[in-house]
Design a protein around this ligand. Sequence first.
Ligand code: ADP
Length: 362
Amino acid sequence: MPSHASPFRQTHPEDAPPPTPMDAVTEARYREAVQCLKQIIEPVLKRDMVSLGMVRNLRVVDDYISLRLYVGQHQHYLRQVVLDRLHPLPWCKKAYVQLCTIPGVRTTLAISSGKGGVGKSTTSVNLATALSLQGARVGLLDADVYGPNVPQMLGINPVEVSLVDTPEGQRFLPLEAQGIKVMSVGLLAAPDHPLAWRGPVLHKIITQFIHEVAWGDLDYLLIDLPPGTGDAQITIIQESPICGVLLVTTPQQVAIADVRRSIHMFRRVGIPVLGIVENMSYLLCGHCGEPTPIFGSGGGQQLAEELQTPLLGQVPIDPLLCAGGDAGTPLTLAYPNSVPAQVFRQIAAALDHTFAPVPIEA
Ligand code: ADP
């Protein structure tokens, strides 16, 4: 296993993509604004805001700058820091900074995969449990519109989602299971009916879903993304203040090719890839303890090296993981000392090491 000192700081996200074509003056101003923003170092993650994917929709129109700032609840002060940096630019009459945050949520992380069936939801549920066992307040948003099975994995029966009145308006009330707050896109559909949303309807529902849940105070919100690189994924990642994404894959080549595409997509939109979780890496013999790499070996490691992102953990095939999912009690809770649970707990510890609150320097 690689060092877990801080997966976040080892990543190499590319800079924000160039925006739509612009004239020479505007482009020079745009670049100047980006350079200014790159001077702002987020104190916990110790990286500049642009490479952390916090700055999005940056526009320069004549003498005006506008941008969206995707941050956690504890980082609202960064808005003023940004304004203080941009306003001294000699040509800048005014800068507009729109804060995009999920109320109450400190750190939002996404779990993604190139294709379905590789263990993304299993990873989300067990990671959420591992973080919760460490004492964190955790929420899990099941946004997998193609296979929302998180509620079942946490033993939540299909129920009517309740609404609650808040000062900001009506919000969905998350359910709670195993100490984790849960909201699933699957709870919005009738049981046994596929979610047949497409295009603008899908976009609207997902956006509402992300912003209209009364989470209360959370240290971590994990978002279980739909697999692949389609419209639903893009909508979610563009609408959420995601601090980083974990990619789940199996060691097989096909799954690996898909995950490569996903990593490029995240980097294109400026979301840091925290690392790869290789699932179903091997089968442990129940008698002699010998590992057998059923789906091949070395795929995750190879991909991690090629894409310069850490391999965060290798989860073995374990019938108890499957049974835990079916029974609604995650393995990490039922068997915290099992090998898969140890891998999830190590990843959770690494995440906490990176994202846990530290005093903000003046
Ligand atoms: P995805 O979210 O990527 O579609 P799931 O997490 O739903 O995948 O997993 C698909 C199936 O494989 C589930 O039945 C799950 O219990 C099982 N599974 C996932 N990972 C493992 C593993 N490491 N060992 C045994 N079964 C697993």
